[in-house]
Each structure stands twice: as C-alpha cells, then as structure tokens.
Design a binder for this molecule. Sequence first.
Ligand SMILES: N[C@@H](CCC(=O)N[C@@H](CS)C(=O)NCC(=O)O)C(=O)O
Length: 233
Amino acid sequence: MITLFQFPPAFNVPNISPFCLKLETFLRLAGLEYQVKHLSDPSKGPKGKLPFIKVDGETIADTEIIIRDLQQRYAFDLDAGLDARGRGWAVAITRLCDEHLVRLLVHFRWLEDEGWNQVSPVLFSALPAPARPLVGGLVRRKVRKQLNASGLGAHSRDELLAFARADLDALDGLLGDVPYFGGAQPCSADAAAYGVLANLILCTLETPLSRMAREYGRLVDYCDRMYQRVWAE
Ligand SMILES: N[C@@H](CCC(=O)N[C@@H](CS)C(=O)NCC(=O)O)C(=O)O
C-alpha cells in the first residue's frame, strides 16, 4: 500500500498544493491504491517539501521521481499511448506547469496581499494565536526568497501577469479541442496540468491569476472534465 503524505484539503480543492494535487490525481488516473496522511509542515518531508510517499518501506520525495518510481515498480506507463512527439509534449507541459505556472500561482497567493489575506488565516489556524503572525511572516519570507532565487522576483507585476497570460494561452492552445492533454485519454501531463489549473479555476482562493485562468472556457471545461473523471465519487 502506498501512503501519501500531503497537506489537508482547503478552499474547495482536494489540495491547495498543485504538487500534492498533481500526485494524487496521478495515483487515481493510474488506479493505484493509496492511503493519505495529512501533514501541515513540509519540513517533515525528506526534501523539506510535500508531497512525499512511503511504499514498501521506502520514503520517496518529489512528484517527478515518485511518478517514475511507481511506474517502474508497478510496471505501467500512463504515457504508453503517446508517440515520441506526444511524450515530448507531455514533458514540456509538465515543466511549464511545475516550473513556471506554479511559481506564478505562488507569487499571487503568498506575496500579494489579496492572496495572503485569504491564505494565512486558514493555513496557520492550527497554531496558537500569538504564534501565527510570527510563523506566517517567516514562511512568507521563505517563499519570497525562493521566488527571487527562481528569477521571478526581478519582474514587475504586469510582467508577471504577461508571463501567466502566455502560459495559459499555451495550455489553451495545446489542449485545443481534445478532451485531455494526452488526447482522447489522460496522460502524465494531465496530472500536472490539473494540479495547477484546478488550483486556479476551481479553488475558491481569489487572485488576479485565478480570475485570468477562468477567462479560458476550454480550460474551465477541462477542469470540470478531469474532476468528473478522476475526482467525482
Ligand atoms: N519538485 C517538488 C516540488 C514540491 C513543492 O514545491 N511543494 C511545496 C508545496 S506546493 C512545498 O512543500 N513547499 C514548502 C517549502 O518549499 O518550504 C515536487 O515535484 O514534488
């Protein structure tokens, strides 16, 4: 049995971490049995981040490494139906989501006051009241440092919004009129895309980026389709 360690649900999505939602979506798409253990502190993870899993006594961190490991361990390939070009696109879409669009989402959630004023009361509610501003401030400073290190911190708000527009245009164009990024069936890139798109479109946390994402009718329909296929009980 696989044990998935991740944040608890919040804001109308199974996980407000795009990476946790990516991995749980992958586990469901793959039809793997798993149990969930909720953690709120990413420093408990072997690489200081969530999600991570335990399987056959091993602890594995990082969604890309976990997905590769599980596919080898259980001898399946969610991208088996794709040709070399399709596999290349799956990697490119996953990178766009994980390494770029997620960072923009994090910026608007954590560093702009509109997002922060919604996130902080919920995420730190388990802490004793006097500790909340202190811990919240420390976490916010860490997020700012991470975004600066990624290079995004150098840009103006308008430039960040233009990057987000380009990412969403790209995802909208790549999806086109097929149901999934994998075509007729979901592939590994659908797990990554749903992880971040559901966190923009279905998540009740309001940011300029979530409002922008909801302008894309095909991406909205995509989130509904993925929800129905993977998440509706
Ligand atoms: N590359 C990692 C990224 C995971 C990640 O960034 N997780 C975030 C939550 S969305 C986290 O735990 N951040 C805490 C931190 O960086 O301190 C993966 O694919 O699993």
